[in-house]
Design a protein around this ligand. Structure first.
Ligand code: ATP
Ligand code: MG
Length: 723
């Protein structure tokens, strides 16, 4: 179907044509007439089948005609950016597009000026908790990757957002975009929407299994790749690249991403032109660490990228991940070895995807096979329209038996059905508290109506629902997060703040206990760091065999901890040590241990330091709020600690790091030279500051500008002084 056959605003048609979109894909042609009439929709079609465009058009046509707002909800920040950039193209219609992925403890007034808001599910949930005063203006709600309702943490959040928006603004049009799943009918029935399903894909994706130098494809064809039988990955990457095709390889652990990228470097580098090599050298210079700290671990990324191969996992810093993705999009990086985080919804030019691992480590069950849905999501990164006209997804078998099994279990298999995860106590206590705190529900009847509107209730019997909800409510009552007033429920101040701070009620209870105790016992920074690391909101570091030092050190510091210590023969003791190890990492961080040392000592990556630091900031912020609320004496200690965690430095640098562009490394350099505060930088000649290692002329000029001495010429009397 041609674009102009749709009753679309001519201006919208023009924008599409400018993007080279003139024809609709068949599932789009089927879906659009319904959504353009305002119907709810569940679109469950293959990867790359163009789901987003259906949602974009529904949004822009409706908003152009009627005004109002739209919410586009995605699971990951990287995806939010992609959708945001796509939607920006429609701004010439007079619609403003905004993105919001940041702080969860704010109402984000800035957002009210946008018409289309792209955000992650957590952000949308937190916005609802802060009272969206423009909720009645929402015309369209898009939930991208809705099959993630199956995910234990994101899933419940998604359900609750949908249930709340449906209740608060029943006129909202719901558009749910899903991978192909077995029970899409259930989703559509729950949402009361039209279901469009299809197997159609714009670029044919051939799935195959490689064994003994032969790829056997699902269309019955085979392809022989001559060469060393033991070098399957090398052969597959080489073959694709010789034909101009880039490769994305999925593996199940970070370590493999690095080692495999190094291994494939020779193959890829051998096929690069001199021009391409020069270009890659330029690319790596922008990959260096943002805080001017040299990280030896980065060297592995730099070396691989110089050879046209990159690795990609959550331990990289976010700007490094972005550069890798962009380098691949620009066809400078020819091969990426990634963990499966890159499998969700992104558009990248991989003509070939190799799924090396069909097994993944699971803490409770050891190695378990990955779900078919995940396999299909990974495979679906290959053969994306606009980038490639063909695509294949290959797994590697050890023998012919295994090859047949892979065909049976994955290639030819239907994806599994999805199930709600809202029934877990941790999800229920969090979301029930929020519902009460925001006064979305006032009593048992409303609570029941709310739960009944979720996908959880759709899939669960009444008896189980009642039992689980009662347990969660009892927990909230017992811990004084809510109280019962006649037949109604009301959040206490503690409960209401916990909900708006967007932390787990269990975390709140632990923090409160720790803060109370700090009133009567000596507390050090480590005491608070351990308290926050013990909460379920921080994912603690794994304890490895080589970490016996944690237990040894634990004995010396136990007296200073604010929470009870489990018996050393119990299972919980292992968790305690894990939490403590994470607290030690934060302690080292605020003692200014360099990244390199942290990375080595804790066997982590710089991105992990960021993740833990970010989460800790969040919990310290929460702790400070509770301390203020209860008038505990530790407010200023926590405040200092929060600043130290934010900046990764000792207390003595806190004044210097208030300057923009001055992180802990530069602040330390200034301090060492005798400049201990911003005030002491006044009237110091620019040249003097510029000479300091890690400062230089540009930073020195910037400092001078910030302290109001933009000319850069200090007080004559001080010029030439010893400093
Ligand atoms: N009608 C069309 N004509 C040309 N290109 C299109 C059309 N519709 C979508 N595309 C392009 O197809 C690509 C894939 O679209 P999109 O990201 O929406 O896929 P998807 O169905 O969401 O896949 P996934 O399940 O992997 O998220 C995008 O680059 C998009 O611009
Ligand atoms: Mg998508």
């Amino acid at each position: 179907m041609k674009i102009d056959q749709l009753e679309l605003d001519p201006q919208i048609q023009k924008i599409l044509k400018n993007q080279g979109i003139t024809e609709l894909y068949p599932p789009q042609a089927e879906a659009l007439p319904y959504v353009l009439q305002g119907e709810h929709l569940v679109l469950s079609i293959p990867t790359a089948a163009g789901k987003s465009l259906v949602a974009y058009l529904a949004i822009v046509q409706r908003l152009k005609n009627e005004g109002g707002k739209a919410f586009y909800i995605v699971p990951l920040r990287a995806l939010a950016r992609e959708k945001y950039e796509d939607l920006k193209a429609f701004e010439e219609l007079g619609l403003k597009v905004g993105i919001s992925t940041g702080d969860l403890d704010e109402s984000d007034v800035r957002l009210s000026k946008f018409d289309i808001i792209v955000c992650t599910s957590e952000k949308a949930d937190s916005l609802l908790r802060h009272g969206l005063h423009w909720i009645d203006k929402i015309k369209v709600l898009v939930i991208d990757e809705i099959h993630l309702i199956h995910d234990p943490t994101r899933g419940p959040t998604l359900e609750v957002i949908i249930a709340q928006i449906k209740a608060l603004n029943p006129a909202t049009q719901l558009i749910a975009l899903s991978a192909t799943i077995k029970n899409a009918v259930e989703l559509a029935d729950w949402l009361g929407g039209k279901l469009i399903q299809s197997d159609w894909r714009p670029v044919v994706l051939r799935e195959g299994v490689f064994f003994h130098n032969v790829i056997k494809y699902n269309d019955g064809l085979t392809k022989k790749l001559p060469g060393d039988t033991k070098k399957a990955l090398e052969l597959l990457v080489e073959e694709s690249l010789k034909d101009g095709g880039q490769t994305l390889i999925f593996v199940n652990n970070r370590k493999s991403t690095v080692s495999l990228a190094a291994r494939l470097s020779c193959v890829v580098a051998g096929l690069l032109s001199e021009e391409e090599k020069k270009d890659l050298k330029k690319l790596v210079t922008s990959m260096k660490h943002e805080q001017a700290e040299i990280i030896s671990i980065e060297q592995s990324l730099v070396t691989s990228v110089q050879n046209g191969v990159a690795f990609h996992h959550a331990g990289l810093e976010s700007n490094q991940r972005r550069l890798v993705e962009q380098g691949f999009k620009d066809h400078r990086i020819k091969c990426i070895v990634a963990t499966p985080t890159l499998a969700a919804g992104v558009n990248i030019p991989a003509r070939r995807v190799i799924i090396r691992d069909l097994w993944r480590y699971n803490g409770n069950f050891g190695m378990t096979p990955i779900p078919i849905l995940e396999y299909k999501q990974q495979a679906g990164r290959a053969g994306r329209p606009r980038y490639d006209t063909v695509g294949d997804a290959i797994t590697i078998a050890k023998d012919s038996n295994q090859r047949d099994q892979i065909f049976y279990n994955y290639v030819l298999a239907d994806t599994e059905p999805i199930y709600s995860k809202l029934g877990s106590q941790s999800a229920l206590r969090m979301h029930l508290l929020a519902a009460i705190a925001t006064q979305f529900v006032h009593d048992a009847t409303e609570m029941y109506t709310f739960i009944q509107s979720t996908f959880y209730a759709y899939q669960t019997d009444e008896f189980t629902i009642k039992k689980e909800v009662d347990v969660a409510l009892e927990f909230l009552l017992e811990n004084q997060l809510i109280e019962q007033m006649n037949t109604g429920y009301l959040a206490t101040l503690f409960g209401s703040r916990t909900s708006s701070l967007y932390i787990d009620p269990l975390s709140a209870i632990q923090l409160k206990t720790a803060l109370e105790r700090s009133n009567n016992q000596e507390a050090e920074p480590l005491s608070f760091l351990h308290a926050i690391c013990s909460t379920p909101d921080i994912r603690s570091l794994y304890l490895r065999g080589a970490d016996s030092w944690v237990e040894e050190k634990a004995e010396h510091i136990q007296h200073s901890l604010l929470l009870d210590i489990p018996n050393s023969s119990s299972d919980e003791y292992e968790w305690f040590l894990s939490d403590l190890k994470t607290a030690f990492l934060l302690e080292d961080w605020i003692e200014e241990k360099p990244y390199d040392a942290l990375v080595l000592k804790y066997n982590i990556w710089p991105g992990d330091v960021h993740t833990i630091v970010d989460m800790s900031e969040w919990l310290l912020h929460a702790a400070r709020e509770y301390a203020r609320m209860y008038n505990f004496s530790c407010v200023s200690d926590i405040n200092n600690l929060l600043l130290r965690v934010q900046n990764g430095c000792k207390e003595e640098l806190l004044n210097l790091v208030t300057l923009k562009g001055i992180g802990r490394v530069r602040a330390r350099a200034l301090y060492r030279e005798g400049f201990k505060s911003v005030n002491e930088l006044r009237n110091v000649p620019l040249e003097r500051l510029a000479k300091i290692k890690a400062i230089g002329k540009a930073v020195a000029t910037n400092i001078k500008k910030q302290i109001g001495e933009s000319s850069g010429h200090g007080n004559k009397a001080l010029r030439g002084s010893k400093r």
